[in-house]
Write a protein that binds this ligand. Structure first.
Ligand SMILES: [Zn+2]
Length: 455
């Protein structure tokens, strides 16, 4: 029987454990139009916080049951190293849900936790706060800019700049984006003169120059005069006569959401050189051979399936031997099979026989076809070379053209488009799959790719 653990006690280990926590923040992080992860910040009765994440493939059974403010028991969770520049807690680890994580919502509410830990403005200015951690701040709004529209990831987004003042009369610049910009703009337009507006920001991102705090998409929560003990205490400390809000100039800010994608890309993944990737593959092959008769083999395979690495490499060439595209079914997007034609005609060369395709998923012998990229890249770094497989969506993003977007039969046209990649240096997130170590496949699949010039 496993025991309850406190948040502070959580470390990566295989033991099953229970934790009893309140969900103090919950949001969806969209990774595609219809796919998202659920991100949570959990706080236990001792006030210790930890981040938790539910991957998009697992959200369905949990989505309806998890709500902000609920006290919950989680059982069978995976605890992994925390990292990146957007950490919601100081905990060294974070929780990942696995397929058998169980959730038990408790009726009994010991007390509502906020987990609110405001930092002093001066500590931010003096560089005493680690910018990798998101911060809470509280202050009185003493300045506000006009509402403006800025372009963010190609989308028009509302933005407003605020001046917050604390009890020591220090002032902090705050950039709000999206819905929070609108809420604060509306609230500051009709101010009753004697009433101060206290702004509480949870999980804000400290700016690049440690002179401001911005909203980080998804992470940050902003509220005005919320019913919190901390707000009452703060109101007693500030000069209430001074409730004027001045018009201030809008200031530029560090574009957070673009950086978020990059943070996700590197999240707890080790960077390896090409030679290290090839060595890891070899180790897996040996391990597989030695454990062939061992009953723990399935466990071992599970471990291997998760191995993903970031490799910084230059694309040296494209290998056309295996072709550069495959035919998929337009309906289900699955690869179609090439099947022999029903009637063979004598005197007709093999190349002239019309190819016949079959979609196994749709069980259709005449599927509508959609060509998709299937690029074998020869990549180099200063340790060696390897082959990476770049599939359709990733390639389409890099080229800006879908695979069917040009004459696919003309090799000259094809190469003139595809060769754009050659010579470029990229961060590739790759995976060592079963086929790599079971069937000695030398090509590693790319899961994500970002040009290094974006950093
Ligand atoms: Zn199909």
């Amino acid at each position: 029987m496993s025991t309850f653990k406190t948040v502070a006690e959580l470390v990566p280990c295989k033991e099953i454990c229970h934790i009893y926590v309140q969900i103090i923040h919950l949001w969806k992080n969209y990774i595609a139009a219809d796919r998202y992860t659920i991100e949570l910040v959990l706080c236990d009765a001792f006030g210790d916080k930890i981040h938790a994440s539910i991957s998009s493939s697992l959200v369905a059974p949990y989505e309806q049951r998890l709500k902000q403010g609920l006290w919950t028991i989680f059982e069978k969770i995976s605890v992994i190293q925390s990292g990146g520049a957007y950490r919601t807690s100081k905990h060294a680890y974070l929780i990942e849900f696995v397929c058998n994580t169980s959730v038990c919502v408790c009726d009994f509410l010991p007390r509502a936790l906020t987990g609110f830990e405001p930092v002093a403005f001066r500590d931010i200015f003096d560089g005493l706060v680690n910018t990798k951690y998101l911060v809470d701040v509280i202050g009185q709004i003493v300045g506000v800019s006009h509402l403006e529209i800025v372009s963010l990831n190609g989308k028009d987004t509302e933005k407003i700049t605020l001046e917050l003042q604390n009890q020591l009369s220090d002032r902090l610049t705050v950039h709000l984006l999206g819905k929070y910009a609108i809420i604060v703009h509306d609230a500051t337009q009709n101010v009753i003169h004697e009433k101060s507006i206290i702004c509480v920001i949870r999980f804000g991102k400290i700016g690049l120059f440690k002179d401001s705090v911005s909203t980080a998409y998804g992470f940050t929560d902003v509220s005005l005069n919320p019913g919190m003990v901390e707000v009452e205490v703060f109101l007693n400390l500030v000069d209430k006569r001074d409730s004027q809000i001045a018009l201030v100039a809008s200031k530029p800010y560090c574009p957070i959401p673009e950086l978020y994608g990059k943070f996700r890309f590197f999240k707890p993944i080790i960077q390896k050189s090409i030679i290290e990737v090839l060595e890891t593959k070899q180790v897996k092959e040996m391990l597989y051979l030695t454990l062939f008769t061992d009953s723990t083999i399935t466990l071992c395979l599970l471990d291997i399936q998760r191995e993903r690495y970031i490799v910084m490499c230059t694309i040296a060439a494209i290998d056309y031997d295996m072709g550069w595209y495959y035919m998929s079914c337009k309906i289900c997007w699955k690869r179609v099979l090439l099947v022999p034609s029903d009637h063979m005609v004598y005197g007709i060369q093999k190349s002239q026989i019309k190819k016949k395709y079959y979609c196994a998923k749709c069980n259709n012998y005449r599927p509508q076809l959609l060509p998709r990229y299937n690029l074998q890249l020869v990549v180099l770094d200063n340790t060696g070379h390897a082959k990476f497989l770049l599939l359709d969506n990733l390639a389409e993003e890099l080229f800006g053209t879908s695979c069917g977007g040009y004459t696919i039969e003309d090799p000259v046209v094809v190469h003139s488009v595809l060769s754009k990649l050659i010579g470029g240096t990229y961060f590739c997130k790759i995976v060592i799959e079963e086929q790599n170590f079971l069937f000695n496949c030398q090509t590693f699949k790319v899961l994500e790719i970002i040009p290094t010039y974006e950093f």
